[in-house]
Design a protein. Structure first.
Lengths: 171, 698
């Protein structure tokens, strides 16, 4: 009897909250990270880059899927934005922005070596700014934020608008 | 045939569900967040995708993850061996490729037990959240896992009771093996093969196809053949090691291939469909077959190493639609212990169906709830204790997790789970309370209090003492933790823990009746019974991650611990001193230090990228000396100290060369120092392996 009650309670609960859920579309962490990545790119001067702006996502990741779907046709500073999956240093060197998901955090040193002084923005999902990332995501409560390593960004010869430093936390 | 039909049916239903939900997904509206300002975006609320998406740095529980890259770099050759890269895990090799694995080692507290009761029965081991531990008598048959290292994205380990957040049997923790999900488009392939001539051959191959950017189908296969490092067996009755099997009755049935340590293969298929970030489905199915020689059910054999084997099939369907996650799995198979056919054959058939649903409900930016429901239906047919017909049992469980952020940097988690097994009158409550406080994004202080029980297993359920209901073993933990990013290249993690075990049950003599005729032997009854024993463990685990420069990474870790056993029965399974008041001998007890778990254990991982082409990895695992016992020692203590496990340090090294983009050649040295000392009671001496290999990665 107790088993039946448990089942019934759960079915009622899942129908109730499930219905509410669909009425209020929520945004996932992956979606927000994709949007932030795109937004960061707007705050960097890419006038020295030829052709398109390439956002390379290390490995395969939900953020990559979202960028590839939602960024089609979008332009930043008059340049087409292209997203692709990267796995090697030569591929990383062909990008303007590199995103390192936490599943690939161990590749940080490889990415830093590949991007050093090449005008490449390295964004990491885990907080790795102290290890040499340009920007890292942070999360407080249920909101996404970011930390910037000004020294790394400057060393990497990136012209970042002051507004970005004001919005994020700078070390 | 019946097995394959039901699997086929389950796979078909899963595929159909995936197809029908695809059309729903396509109707989802796209939010144009890309046009919002960054300032506004920073106020948009986000929803945690799953319970496994926690950042390790901010995780409220003692957790660790071993990545695919670390596994490949370190050169480990099996899933249990990979756990030697994780702090707080005791891993001892019984024979080439066969391991005994414990989280912090709160088992073996009763000292004089048989080999089955020496297994780790208190850890929830899963593949993609599907429980894969044995429900027969507890413990995990690592050799029966259908997937191998090549199929794995990462292994997540949670130390300490965690049933409310993860599922049944998480009394000492959770080992969750997460499979790799490909997002490649078009045809892709990967492979790895390595060989140590005359010792170990291991290989795997995966082939897949990405249909557009949403649907991937991957098929993989794995194979391992391992020869023993030792030719001697431990003969329990004679208390000696010998390679001579001529005196063993039915030796050709019990030990058909004396030199074989392990032979196994697995075939798996994965279908991953991801409509968007809110909707995804993952369907996997596979089969495995394995034969090994390791210490299991040894007290029914003349020799401590026994032959075991089995085959099984599974299907696992997991889906996520916004905050609602559901998983259904079904597995069935059979295995044998001691011998496959013959007078000592102990065939076991099993069927396990498991369904879980949970829902992430974000009430506000500070509060969220996660209610969950789990149903399990389990059936075993075994003649371990004589001919037994199929015996089913089931459980229903409800759980609720609450997550509250009183301040931006302060988080409180409270979770509870109630398990109701149909074979027990009592329902069991597990709980977890945890809090984290983050200081300046650099330091995390955390505290946790939790309690979980182990699962109901088949054998204790149907072979328990009639006089009282068997209680499930329970572990209660108090833990304080501290994580810090001390500098730009050094992070440290420390846990101080206290764990308390109670309601341990064992298979033992539950009653002895003496007849009036002194020449007639007494009637002895056997069964599972709770012991008055409790155990209290105190410990400290330290780990660090030091990135010296772009080329060198170091990850050392160590655990110090001590376990006090209170009320350990002096002589169960021996003739009673007082057959009326204390027939099972369990009420004459002693308090003592637990000796069967090392008091210091740990290791390190060092990876050095010498050049663009060359990578050198050095990793190590060590434990301090300790003593294992067997129920035989109660009658006659070993004169050769078979249970004395010497302190040991294993050193491994893998040197790899990147020939072209995705192709690597490597030399993988396991046990570089060639240490031969035994790591488990009466099992094989260990040996050095030099493996030559090549890997191709998509």
């Amino acid at each position: 009897m107790r088993e039946r009650r448990l089942v019934l309670l759960f079915i009622l609960l899942s129908i109730g909250v499930g219905g509410t859920q669909l009425l209020h579309a929520q945004t996932t962490e992956e979606k927000m990270k994709a949007v932030f990545l795109y937004s960061f790119t707007k705050y960097v001067d890419w006038s020295q880059s030829d052709g398109e702006i390439i956002i390379g996502v290390y490995g395969n990741n939900a953020v990559l899927d979202i960028l590839q779907t939602d960024l089609k046709g979008k332009k930043i500073q008059g340049k087409n934005v292209v997203t692709k999956s990267i796995k090697t240093s030569p591929e990383a060197q062909g990008c303007q922005v590199i995103y390192l998901p936490k599943s690939n955090s161990s590749k940080l040193s490889e990415v830093i070596t590949a991007s050093e002084k090449r005008g490449i923005l390295v964004v990491t999902e885990e907080n790795l700014v102290r290890q040499g990332a340009g920007i890292s995501f942070t999360k407080h409560s249920s909101k996404l934020g970011f930390i910037l390593n000004k020294k790394v960004l400057e060393t990497n010869q990136l012209k970042v608008m002051a507004a970005l430093y004001k919005m994020g936390k700078v070390i | 045939m019946k097995h394959f039909y039901s699997l086929f049916k389950a796979f078909g239903v899963g595929t159909l569900m995936m197809c029908s939900l695809q059309s729903f997904a396509q109707q989802e509206e796209k939010l144009d967040l890309f046009e919002m300002s960054l300032e506004d975006l920073m106020n948009v609320e986000i929803v945690s995708a799953t319970k496994k998406s926690e950042s390790i740095f901010e995780a409220p529980v003692s957790s660790y993850a071993i990545s695919r890259e670390e596994i490949a770099s370190a050169g480990v050759t099996s899933i249990p061996e990979a756990l030697r890269l994780c702090p707080g895990v005791i891993v001892r090799e019984m024979s080439n490729g066969n391991y005994d694995v414990h989280l912090r080692g709160l088992e073996n507290t009763a000292r004089y037990t048989n080999t089955v009761d020496q297994q780790n029965k208190y850890t929830l081991v899963m593949i993609d959240n599907r429980p894969v531990f044995s429900y027969e008598q507890g413990g995990t048959f690592w050799e029966f896992l259908p997937i191998d290292l090549a199929d794995i994205e990462r292994i997540e380990i949670v130390r300490g009771p965690a049933a409310p957040l993860f599922g049944p049997n998480a009394a000492t923790g959770v080992i969750n093996i997460i499979s790799r999900t490909s997002r490649e488009k078009g045809l892709y392939t990967s492979g790895n093969a390595q060989i140590a001539p005359g010792q170990t051959t291991a290989g795997n191959l995966a082939l897949g196809y990405g249909f557009g950017d949403k649907l991937n189908v991957t098929v993989s296969g794995n194979y391992q053949h391992r020869e023993r490092f030792d030719d001697q067996y431990y003969f329990l009755a004679d208390d000696e090691f010998s390679a001579d099997l001529s005196e063993v009755a039915d030796a050709e049935l019990l030990y058909p291939d004396p030199s074989l340590a392990q032979e196994k293969y697995g075939i798996n298929a994965f279908i991953n469909y991801k409509a968007n970030e809110n909707i995804s489905f993952d369907l996997s199915a596979g089969m495995q077959d394995a034969d090994v020689q390791k210490a299991y059910l040894s007290n029914r054999a003349p020799i401590h190493l026994t032959t075991n084997g089995g085959s099984s099939q599974y299907v696992n369907l997991a889906g996520k639609v916004y905050g609602l996650s559901a998983r259904f799995s079904h597995s069935e198979g059979n295995y044998y212990l001691l011998e496959e056919t013959g007078p000592s054959a102990t065939p076991v058939d099993f069927t396990i169906t498991d369904a879980t649903v949970d829902y992430q409900w974000q009430v506000s930016d500070k509060i969220s709830f996660r209610p969950g429901f789990n149903y399990q239906d389990i059936e075993y047919t075994a003649n371990v204790f004589g001919n037994i017909s199929a015996t089913p049992f089931n459980s229903v469980a409800g759980s609720l997790q609450g997550d509250y952020h009183p301040l931006e940097n302060w988080r409180i988690i409270a979770a509870g789970r109630v398990d109701k097994f149909n074979t027990l009158d009592e329902a069991y409550l597990s709980y977890q309370l945890a809090t984290t406080y983050i200081i300046q994004d650099k330091y995390v202080l955390r505290a946790a209090q939790s309690r979980s029980t182990n699962s109901v297993f088949w054998a204790p359920t149907f072979f328990s003492s009639d006089d009282e209901e068997l209680k499930l073993a329970a572990v209660t933990m108090s833990e304080l933790g501290f994580r810090a990013q001390l500098s730009n290249n050094l992070s440290v993690d420390a846990d101080v823990f206290r764990q308390h075990l109670e309601h341990l049950s064992l298979f033992l003599v539950t009653g002895i009746e003496f007849g009036t005729d002194p020449n007639t032997p007494p009637t002895v009854t056997l069964g599972y019974k709770n012991l008055p024993l409790t155990a209290t463990q105190y410990g400290l685990t330290l780990s660090a991650n030091y990135i010296a420069n772009a080329k060198l990474q170091l990850k050392p870790f160590v655990t110090f611990q001590q376990t006090k056993v209170q009320g350990r029965p002096l002589g169960f399974n021996a003739m009673p001193l007082d057959p009326v008041q204390n027939p099972t001998n369990i009420y004459t007890t002693v308090d003592e230090d637990q000796e069967s778990t090392p008091s210091v254990y740990g290791g390190f991982y060092a990876n050095f990228k010498a050049t663009k082409k060359w990578t050198i990895n050095l990793n190590s695992y060590f434990f301090s000396g300790h003593t294992l016992y067997n129920e035989r020692d109660l009658e006659q203590e070993s004169t050769i100290g078979v249970g004395q496990i010497d302190g040991k340090m294993l050193l491994h090294s893998k040197v790899s060369y990147n020939v072209i983009n995705k192709l690597r050649l490597y030399i993988n040295a396991r046990n570089l120092l060639g240490s031969e000392t035994r790591e488990f009671y009466g099992t094989d001496r260990t040996g050095r392996s030099i493996l030559f290999g090549a890997s191709y990665n998509f």
